[in-house]
Structure formats: structure tokens, C-alpha cells
Design a protein around this ligand. Sequence first.
Ligand code: F6P
Length: 320
Amino acid sequence: MIKKIAVLTTGGDAPGMNAAIRSVVRYAVNQKLEVMGVFRGWWGLINEELKDFNHRSVSNIVNLGGTILKTGRCPEFQAEEGRARAYETIKKYAIDALVVIGGNGSFTAAHKFGREYNIPCIGIPASIDNDVNGIDYTIGSDTAINTALSAIDNIRDTSTSMERIFVVEVMGRDCGYIALSVALAGGCEDVIIPERKFDLEATCHDIVNGNLRGKVSWIIVVAEGAGSAPEIAKKITEMTGLETRQIVLGHIQRGGRPTAVSRDLALHLGKAAVDCLLAGEKDKAVGFTCGKIMTVDFETAIRRKEFNVDKWYSLIKALT
Ligand code: F6P
């Protein structure tokens, strides 16, 4: 029977992680469980940086970006010795199960650790990349998309006024979800993503033809996993002879107040994760799929995310 759980955040921070922590802690305490917060992700388990959490530990955090537990990527946990030390901490503090808030890198680690040491682990998907397979949205992706969209809206003002081509690079690692979503919502002319082969020559041809018809401003979004804005902008200038500007939005996409969508998702999934542990489940992530809370095995969740890329791309082009 589970009496004590620990919660940690790992990988890149995502807006809404704090809401997820709040939900896990408050709901678990209300279910008469003991709860510990682990600091700095797996590193905190390896180095015994954890403490008892109660209701008050998570007061006034629901609206905050980042994570009060801190986070990071932990190469030590990839080594057998690191995981063995983490298990020692788990035994020492009599922790029965873990809630791991993070993206697919975090779930890969939790899958390995949970099976190796027979520790029930439930994942809560939180990453701006929306790259967790088998669920619709990760916590934080809506906020990041809105942040990037607001930047693109600003860029449109100057791009239209000065009649220029802009290449805007967004995050997402090897997933094109943020790029597709902002390109569609921002009315952008084209988008370059890792999941789809891109013909830059054809786009340059369209730009030149458009220019002859009087269409002189373009915004092309590029997902970081598909190329870099400076390089693509340089090539466009070489191929078209037209002035092109580039911008890399970078880490501003990771910060800021979580949107209602990111918070609500986090608050639902925090409770769902605790319910899963109480029901004896392990080695899986919770998430919404088609509007319902579901679980997905870690093994599936960490595969490359499947989503209908062509449908998004053809809509963007149909509206250009
Ligand atoms: O996974 C989230 C993410 O922001 C990716 O979109 C990006 O590739 C990466 O993290 C950046 O990592 P770091 O903050 O370590 O530079």
C-alpha cells in the first residue's frame, strides 16, 4: 500500500509545472498520503535534496511560471551508479512511489528507473514541445505557443510596414508542433518543420512571383529541429535578392504566467497521477486524449509523437 509519495520536475521547465505540483501535493495530502518534494529533478534524489511538503508548501504558486522544485537535465542519472544512489534515498525516506513531471526525456528515465528498482512511477506530461506521444497536449505548450504567437503578431506589424520577409525560429526540439500551431494561428505564409520535407527553392519561387503581384511581406516560421533562422534567411536573400530579417525567439517561450489552458490541464493531471498510484498503476503517464483523462504506457509516450502534420500544413497553405 502506498503511504508516501515524492514529486519532482525534470527536463526543461514548462509553464504550468507549479500548478501540477500544487495539484499533486494538495490532493495527495487530502488523501492522507505523506508527500515529499524533490529539488532539481533526479539530481535531488541522487544528492538527498528533498523535504516534506504540506498544503502550505504549495500556496500561491498556481499562477507562476517555472517550477518551485527547480529542474534540470541530469547526466548522472543515466549512469547505473547515479540511479543506485537515487534508490538509496528512496529507501532511506521510505518513499513508495514517484510522480515525475516532465517531457519524454524524463519519462525515458522514469521508465528505466521504475523497472530497474520496482518503484511505481507515474508521469505528468509537461513540456513546451508537446512531444509526448499518445496524449493531446503537454502542460505548458499552450502558454509557449501564445508567447510565440504574440511575438509573431508584433513581427507582422513591422514586416507589413517595411515590406520585408521574416524568418522566425521557434523551439520544439525535434517536434514541429509549436511551429505549426503558431504558423497557422499567426497567419504565416510558410513553416519548416522536422516532420516534413521542405522545398526552399519552391518557396523562394513563390516569394518572387508574389512580389511581382505586390505581395511583399512574408513570415516563415522554422522549428529549431528543422533548421536555423539565420541560415534560412541568408539562403532566401541569396535565392530571391530580397531583404530578409531573422529572429530566434529562444527561451522567452519557456517563461511567463501559465495560461488557463496550461493550468487547468496541470490541475486535472496532478490529481489523476495520484489516483493512478492509489489504484496500483505504474510505468505510465496521465494525459488527455480526445477530451478524456487516459493513461499511456511510458513505452508508448516516449516514441516520436504522431499527429496529423499534413492536415495542419495544408490548411496553412490553403489560407496563404
Ligand atoms: O524541451 C524543451 C526545450 O525548450 C526545447 O524546445 C529546446 O530544444 C530545449 O528545451 C532547450 O534546452 P536548454 O534550455 O537546455 O537550452
